[in-house]
Write a protein that binds this ligand. Structure first.
Ligand SMILES: Cc1cc2nc3c(=O)[nH]c(=O)nc-3n(C[C@H](O)[C@H](O)[C@H](O)COP(=O)(O)OP(=O)(O)OC[C@H]3O[C@@H](n4cnc5c(N)ncnc54)[C@H](O)[C@@H]3O)c2cc1C
Length: 441
């Protein structure tokens, strides 16, 4: 077997479409293509599962088990023909020879689609990257879950009130939907769970700080939604710091540009994401802001007829979207579906149709009975919005079992005011020597 065939995928007479990434965009595209028998589809992902990222914060806060928001990619596509999945990390694209290099070997393609999503953007601040927590993957969410619980266990071991407070305090950087949802969930835990789990700690002293660089939270949503989300968070006891930028964090103290100081053992960075360019497709000219690949209206990567990009990694700059589409699930899904049609048109020698984004609106939940929803013609907040938020998330979750499990968990958590997945299954290694004068676990 030559090195090029290392992935052991049969060479058919059909055009081979290789998709990098089984996220929202990659899965939508693979489903569209694999229904037809006109192409061979190869999907590569470094994980063997699809992650439903909008619910990661519930894993971090013990509301859901990780397996209810993950789904095996092979199972999603097992009934489709001419479809092949390989567990592989793509490392390089050699566009002249139409070959991609992965950690398990090389593979040729006729058409290549990059749907590799994005990663947390620390904007070059390595100190925060080292000491803060990201929440972009399931392992990161589990790390955060462990760290939060370990900090409370550790808080029990110190007699120093200052250190104890720091171990119970949180700083969440970024007032987008992720930061807002996480802050709300932590506030509910503080109110309903911590006093029962840690009766010998004064958990009322725990501070949840949401820090936002701009002048309002949820800046991608309407003013009303921002204002209401702020009211909801404040009613739950979250401290909101607007026009505030965190500049340093050493694992214990966060400092801001406006000279505020937070003593907190947990800092979650939810202030932005960026693309991860793959070698060979990383020339400056084809990268837009945030390392996203510049694509035309057919999702073709600038200067490459046979290479496409969709979802978070793609930046389609139009008059209506000078910064590209929002890095959210809907654009990724819609681009995946549109590109599926277009690739079939291409192999049939038909003209491609440009991508047009249908904005279905946006939403965020703050907690029990508290959510904000902005639809095109209708904006609402409160209990009804919360039900809409739950219904939409259940609808888009992949897998019948996952929907049932998440639904049952939510009903249980609602009725019992509880979140029972607060488990340290895989301890997170934290350097507690930063917190002096205390015993270590
Ligand atoms: C905490 C959080 C909450 C969010 N909440 C919402 C929300 O409420 N609503 C909303 O619309 N959006 C939300 N988003 C954003 C949304 O999840 C993303 O916009 C969406 O996942 C983008 O889809 P994608 O297909 O481009 O990439 P992804 O879904 O990220 O998938 C990328 C895939 O590529 C794989 N991959 C990456 N690099 C490689 C490589 N080199 N080789 C092989 N495989 C690779 C990854 O393993 C992954 O499976 C949230 C994101 C986060 C992190």
């Amino acid at each position: 077997m030559s090195d090029i065939d290392a992935l052991n995928i049969p060479k058919l007479s059909l055009p081979r479409i290789v998709i990098v990434g089984g996220g929202f965009g990659g899965v939508a595209l693979a489903k569209k293509l694999s229904k037809k028998k006109e192409v061979q589809v190869v999907l590569l992902d470094k994980n063997n599962y699809h992650t439903f990222q909008p619910l990661l914060y519930q894993v971090s806060t013990g509301g859901l088990e990780p397996d209810s928001i993950a789904y095996p990619i092979r199972k999603i596509l097992q009934d489709y023909s001419n479809f092949y999945f390989r567990l592989a990390e793509v490392q390089q694209v050699k566009s002249e020879s139409k070959v991609i290099v992965t950690n398990i070997g090389q593979l040729t393609y006729d058409y290549l689609v990059i749907a590799a999503g994005s990663t947390t953007n620390f904007f070059g601040n390595t100190e925060i990257e080292l000491n803060g927590m990201a929440m972009k993957t399931i392992p990161q969410s589990l790390n955060l879950r462990s760290l939060i619980l370990e900090n409370f266990e550790q808080a029990l071991l110190t007699d120093d009130l200052h250190e104890r407070d720091a171990l119970m305090n949180f700083v969440i950087v970024g007032g987008g939907p992720t930061g807002v949802e996480l802050a709300g969930a932590l506030a509910e835990i503080k109110k309903g769970i911590l006093p029962k789990d840690y009766p010998d700690l004064d958990t009322r002293r725990a501070q949840i700080n949401l820090v936002q660089s701009g002048d309002r939270i949820l800046k991608g949503m309407s003013d009303n939604a921002s204002k209401k989300a702020e009211d909801f968070l404040e009613s739950l006891g979250v401290n909101i710091w607007k026009n505030t930028r965190v500049t340093t964090y050493d694992g214990k103290t966060a400092l801001t540009k406006t000279e505020l100081k937070f003593e907190a053992a947990t800092l979650v960075w939810a202030a932005g994401v960026k693309g991860v360019p793959i070698a060979g497709l990383d020339a400056k000219e084809i990268l837009a802001g945030g390392n996203r690949l510049k694509v035309n209206e057919f999702n073709q990567v600038m200067g490459h007829d046979r290479i496409f990009a969709i979802g978070d990694i793609a930046c389609m700059q139009t008059d209506a979207t000078p910064q590209g589409h929002p890095m959210m699930a809907q654009p990724a899904i819609q681009q995946g579906r549109n590109l599926g049609e277009n690739l079939l048109r291409l192999v049939r020698d038909e003209a491609m149709e440009p991508f047009v984004y249908k904005d279905k609106g946006s939403m965020a939940t703050v907690g029990r009975n508290k959510a904000v929803v902005d639809l095109k013609n209708y904006k609402f907040q409160g209990v009804f919005a919360w039900f809409v938020w739950m219904f939409i998330h259940l609808f888009f979750l992949i897998g019948f079992r996952n929907r049932v499990v998440v639904f049952v968990n939510w009903v249980y958590n609602y009725v019992r005011f509880d979140r029972e997945a607060r488990l340290i299954i895989r301890p997170y290694q934290r350097d507690y020597s930063l917190f002096k004068n205390q015993k270590t676990l």
